[in-house]
Design a protein around this ligand. Structure first.
Ligand SMILES: [Fe+2]
Ligand SMILES: [Fe+2]
Length: 170
């Protein structure tokens, strides 16, 4: 479970429990989905820079760069599916696709939350093991900062969806 991997502890979550559904969905899309897209682009750029700068000495960085790209591609597809199917359905039932597909879609999205969380945490650990301690344009610190920002964003994002948004509807 996501709340076993990360402690949430945000009082803001409680406020969203009773917020109107359209406001909650707009918040998820305009805050968390936007933030995830920006932070994933930053992680992909930093991983590509790390490969260019120190990839020859640290060949493990190639796999990390590829896995960051995979994580980002999968998570973009996940958010697009929410924006095109589930969220429209939550606002106007039937507008996101056949009604009978919505419960299995929620199950799929929750499974993806767990899978993406696991992959992200493995990636962060792998990158710490392969980056040089200093030099190389301060890559270790910059990548570490980007991972922490992404973790914080994912923590709020996935908790809000799994524990508040999805629970309010099904
Ligand atoms: Fe989302
Ligand atoms: Fe999601």
């Amino acid at each position: 479970m996501i709340d076993n991997l990360w402690t949430h502890g945000s009082h803001a979550v409680e406020a969203w429990e009773s917020a109107p559904l359209p406001e909650l969905i707009i918040h998820v899309v305009e805050h968390y989905h936007m933030q995830a897209r920006v932070l994933m682009a930053r992680l992909e750029n930093l991983a590509a820079e790390a490969v260019l700068l120190v990839g020859e000495e640290q060949p493990g960085l190639l796999a990390i760069r590829d896995q960051i790209e995979r994580f980002s591609k999968d998570f973009r597809a996940h958010m697009t599916m929410e924006e095109r199917s589930l969220f429209p359905h939550l606002l106007v039932p039937g507008s996101g696709g056949p009604l009978e597909l919505m419960p299995p879609l929620v199950k799929l999205l929750e499974d993806e939350h767990r899978a993406e969380t696991g992959l992200f945490l493995r990636l962060r650990t792998m990158s710490e093991a392969h980056l040089p301690m200093d030099g190389a344009r301060n890559l270790r610190a910059r990548l570490g900062h980007a991972f922490r920002a992404m973790e914080k964003s994912l923590q709020g994002h996935l908790y809000l969806e799994t524990q508040v948004l999805f629970r309010r509807v099904f």
